[in-house]
Design a protein around this ligand. Structure first.
Ligand code: URA
Length: 240
């Protein structure tokens, strides 16, 4: 791919376009070993070796991070209150949270700039599985499980697809849902006369929360994780 060097460096978070122009002017940027003079130079991302301040610039179009979201953060890019993107140090252009967790929900959140993948993962058509650990106010009984597994319809007509409940232990269980409606898990339990007191997402499709990440910590996805997220989607897409 060919792209202007100032755009590339600015997308990767090296600075604004005008800051990048200054860096180029001051000789911070080398292309294939030569100090770059032309701020509009179009680099070939497959061929050119780009060095910024003595370090090789690894070009990547898309970035993927797994965040263990803490409670107290809104799932948004910016806002008045603390937002999840405040936790991400990399200032890569276009990063956003893929999907939405309530302010008090914790756990797995994918942060990426891969719009096409996010679109697929979030589209209800593709029925991306999301698994949560739920803690409830009251003991979870078989009737509640049966009703949630059949699919809940609220008084206002909102319908939730059948969910899958596993790992039931008194006041906790795992629930797997395939859509991403607002407050869906909380509303399902309210509809059957119980209440969610804690909610943590542990899986999205086949991406599993890395439990070694403390709340608020994040890490890049491994190549295998990115690949499997895409492959699995494609497999599901073909099957569907
Ligand atoms: N369902 C909810 O009720 N809240 C979340 O944050 C995610 C799913």
């Amino acid at each position: 791919m060919k792209i202007r060097i100032d755009k590339l460096l600015s997308n990767l978070g090296y600075g604004t376009r005008s800051e990048v122009h200054k860096y180029i002017k001051n000789g911070y940027v080398l292309i294939n070993g030569e100090i770059l003079k032309d701020q509009g130079y179009r680099v070939d991302t497959e061929q050119d070796i780009i060095v910024f301040d003595d370090e090789i610039v690894e070009y990547q179009e898309y970035f993927y991070f797994m965040l263990n979201k803490p409670a107290g953060y809104i799932t948004a890019v910016q806002g008045q209150e603390p937002v999840v993107m405040d936790l991400i140090e990399e200032k890569i252009k276009g990063l956003f949270p893929c999907g939405r967790l309530d302010k008090d929900t914790t756990g797995l959140l994918l942060i990426t700039n891969d719009g096409p993948l996010a679109h697929q993962l979030l589209s209800p058509r593709y029925e991306t599985e999301k698994e949560y650990v739920v803690n409830t106010r009251d003991r979870i009984d078989q009737d509640q499980v049966r009703r949630i597994e059949l699919g809940i319809t609220l008084g206002d007509g909102t319908r939730y697809r059948p969910a899958k409940i596993t790992d039931i232990q008194n006041n906790s269980c795992h629930i797997t849902v395939t859509e991403g409606q607002y407050h869906e898990v909380k509303n399902m339990f309210l509809a059957v006369g119980n209440e969610v007191v804690q909610l943590k997402r542990i899986r999205m499709k086949n991406l599993i929360l890395d439990e070694s990440l403390a709340e608020g910590e994040y890490r890049p996805l491994s190549e295998e994780e990115v690949h499997s997220l895409k492959t699995y989607w494609k497999a599901g897409h073909q099957a569907g």
